[in-house]
Design a protein around this ligand. Structure first.
Ligand code: GDP
Ligand code: IMO
Ligand code: MG
Length: 438
C-alpha cells in the first residue's frame, strides 16, 4: 500500500505549507486538497519564479504528479478556472492531471456578496475574513441547500435551487445588509457555462485515492489555513468555517482515518495572524498603534508578512509553544516542520512564549475560548540570537549552535520531533532531519 502524509498548518495559517508540500511532492504521486477554498494562498518559489496557488494543490509544479480536489473544499469556478489559466499561461499542463469531486460545494457570487456585506456591517465582531464567500458557502453546505459541482450538469435542478437560494439571500442582502442583490440570470448563465470545462475533470475522488494507494503510490494531503483557525478547535468565532485539523483530511477527501500514516504540523519560527482574534504573543499590528513593538515590525519586514491572497499586512509575534503544543495534539502530529528560521537571523535575542498568566494563574495551553485567550498574558523565556545568516542552509550541522539550541527547545516544549526546517522561500532551502516517507 502507498503511504499517506497529511500536511497541516499548526498556527493561524501562512506557515509555509505550500512550500513544504511542493518539497515533499518529490517523493509523492498525488496531492490532495481537502478543505478550505480560495481563501488559501500557498506560495512557491521555484528557480526564482513565484507562484501563488489558491485551490490547485501545491504538487502541480511537478509535471508527473496528479492533483485532486476533494469534497471538503468549497470551490469558486471562477477562481478555479482563472488559476488553471494562469498556470497554463506559464506553460504548465494542468487539466490532464487534475481531478475534482462533484460533491464539492460551489462558491457563487451571492456567497461573496454576503461575506463582504456582513463584514462591512460588523463592528467589534468583524472576523477580518478574506471576503471570498467561504463562510456563507459552508453554511449552505451544512444547511443542505448548497449547489455542488455536479449540479452544473443538471440545468433545471440548478436553476430551481438557485432561485430558491436567491429569493432568500437577496432579501437578506437588500433588506437586512443594505447591499445590492445578486442577479439571478447572470449567476445561472455564468455557472452553467463552466459545465464543459468541469466535465473532463470530474472524478470519484475516494475511489481514485484508494486505487492509487492499492497500486503502492504515495499521496500528500495538503491542509489550508491552520489548526488555530479550525471552526471547532480554533479561537472561535475568529476562525474560518472549515475544519483545518488533520482529521479533516479523512472526511474532506474520503479516505479512512487509518489511511493517514504520518501527520506533519508546519509552524513558523515565530508567529503571524491575519484578520481579527486573540494572539497572546503579538508584538505588531500595522492597523493598531498600540501594537507596534520594534521586534514585531522587524519580523513583519524581514518575513515579508503580507497576505498572499488579500495583501493585508499580517500581525506578528514571538513563537507561542503553548499554542503550538495544543495544535500539535489536536492534529496528532507525527513531526514538525519549522519554517522561516532565517527571518530570525538578525535578532540579538529571541523570545518564546511558553505559557500564559490568566487571572493571576499560570496556564500552560492556549484556552479554546476566544475571550479567555484574549486575556492571556504571555510568559516568555529568552534565547540568545545567532546573528549570522541561516538562509539556504541545508544541513542541521551547518546551523549555528544558538539556532540548534532554539530548535531543540521548541521541540521539547511542543513535544513533537522537528523533522524538517525551512531556511528560505526557495524550493531547496530545506534541512531534512527525518523524511516523512521513510
Ligand atoms: P501557506 O499559506 O502556509 O502556504 O504560506 P504562505 O505562502 O501564505 O506564506 C508563507 C510565506 O513565507 C511565502 O511568502 C513563502 O514564500 C515564504 N516562505 C516559506 N518558507 C520560508 C522560509 O523558510 N524562509 C523565508 N524567508 N520565507 C519562507
Ligand atoms: P492559508 O491556507 C491565513 C483567516 C482570515 C480570517 C479568518 C476567516 O494561506 O494558510 P475566511 O475568509 O476563511 O472566512 O476568513 O481566517 N484565513 C487565513 N489566514 N492563511 C489562510 O490560508 C487563511 N484563510 C483564512 O484572515 O481571519
Ligand atoms: Mg497562505
Amino acid at each position: 500500500m502507498g503511504r499517506n502524509i497529511v500536511i497541516v498548518g499548526a498556527q493561524w495559517g501562512d506557515e509555509g505549507k505550500g512550500k513544504v508540500v511542493d518539497w515533499l511532492t518529490e517523493r509523492a504521486h498525488g496531492v490532495v486538497r481537502f478543505q478550505g477554498g480560495h481563501n488559501a494562498g500557498h506560495t512557491l518559489w521555484i528557480e526564482g519564479r513565484k507562484t501563488i496557488l489558491r485551490l490547485i494543490p501545491s504538487g502541480i509544479m511537478h509535471p508527473q504528479v496528479k492533483c485532486y480536489i476533494g469534497n471538503g473544499v468549497v470551490l469558486s469556478p471562477e477562481a478555479l478556472f482563472n488559476e488553471i489559466g494562469e498556470l497554463e499561461a506559464a506553460g504548465l499542463e494542468v487539466r490532464s492531471r487534475l481531478f475534482i469531486s462533484g460533491a464539492a460545494a460551489l462558491i457563487l457570487p451571492y456567497h461573496i456578496a454576503l461575506d463582504q456585506a456582513r463584514e462591512a456591517r460588523a463592528n467589534n465582531e468583524r472576523i477580518g475574513t478574506t471576503g471570498r464567500g467561504i463562510g456563507p458557502a459552508y453554511e449552505d453546505k451544512a444547511a443542505r441547500r448548497a449547489l455542488r459541482v455536479q449540479d452544473v450538469f443538471d440545468a433545471a435542478h440548478f436553476k430551481a435551487r438557485l432561485r430558491e437560494n436567491l429569493d432568500f439571500y437577496n432579501f437578506i442582502l437588500s433588506r437586512y445588509l443594505n447591499a445590492a442583490p445578486v442577479d439571478e440570470a447572470r449567476t445561472l448563465d455564468a455557472a452553467l457555462a463552466y459545465a464543459d470545462q468541469f466535465a473532463p475533470l470530474m472524478a470519484n475522488i475516494p475511489a481514485c485515492l484508494d486505487a492509487e494507494n492499492r497500486a503502492g503510490r504515495h499521496l500528500l494531503f495538503e491542509g489550508a489555513q491552520g489548526a488555530l483557525l479550525d471552526v471547532d478547535h480554533g479561537t472561535y468565532p475568529f476562525v474560518t468555517s472549515s475544519h483545518c485539523v488533520a482529521g479533516a483530511a479523512a472526511t474532506g477527501a474520503g479516505v479512512g482515518p487509518r489511511q493517514l500514516h504520518y501527520i506533519l504540523g508546519v509552524a513558523k519560527a515565530y508567529c503571524t495572524r491575519v484578520g481579527s482574534g486573540p494572539f497572546p504573543s503579538e508584538l505588531y499590528d500595522a492597523n493598531n498603534p498600540a501594537r507596534c513593538a520594534q521586534a514585531g515590525a522587524a519580523l513583519a519586514r524581514t518575513g515579508h508578512e503580507f497576505g498572499s491572497v488579500t495583501r493585508r499586512p499580517r500581525r506578528t509575534g514571538w513563537l507561542d509553544t503553548a499554542a503550538l503544543a495544543r495544535s500539535l495534539q489536536l492534529n496528532s502530529a507525527s513531526g514538525l516542520c519549522i519554517t522561516k528560521l532565517d527571518v530570525l537571523d538578525a535578532f540579538d535575542s529571541i523570545r518564546l512564549c511558553t505559557g500564559y498568566r490568566l487571572n493571576g494563574r499560570r496556564v500552560d495551553a492556549l484556552p479554546s475560548s476566544a475571550s479567555l485567550a484574549a486575556q492571556c498574558e504571555p510568559v516568555y523565556e529568552d534565547h540568545p540570537g545567532w546573528k549570522t545568516s541561516t538562509a539556504g542552509i541545508r544541513a542541521w550541522d551547518d546551523l549555528p549552535a544558538n539556532a540548534r539550541a532554539y530548535l531543540r527547545r521548541i521541540e521539547a516544549a511542543a513535544g513533537v520531533p522537528i523533522d524538517l526546517i525551512s531556511t528560505g522561500p526557495q524550493r531547496d532551502a530545506m534541512i531534512l532531519v527525518r523524511h516523512p516517507f521513510d
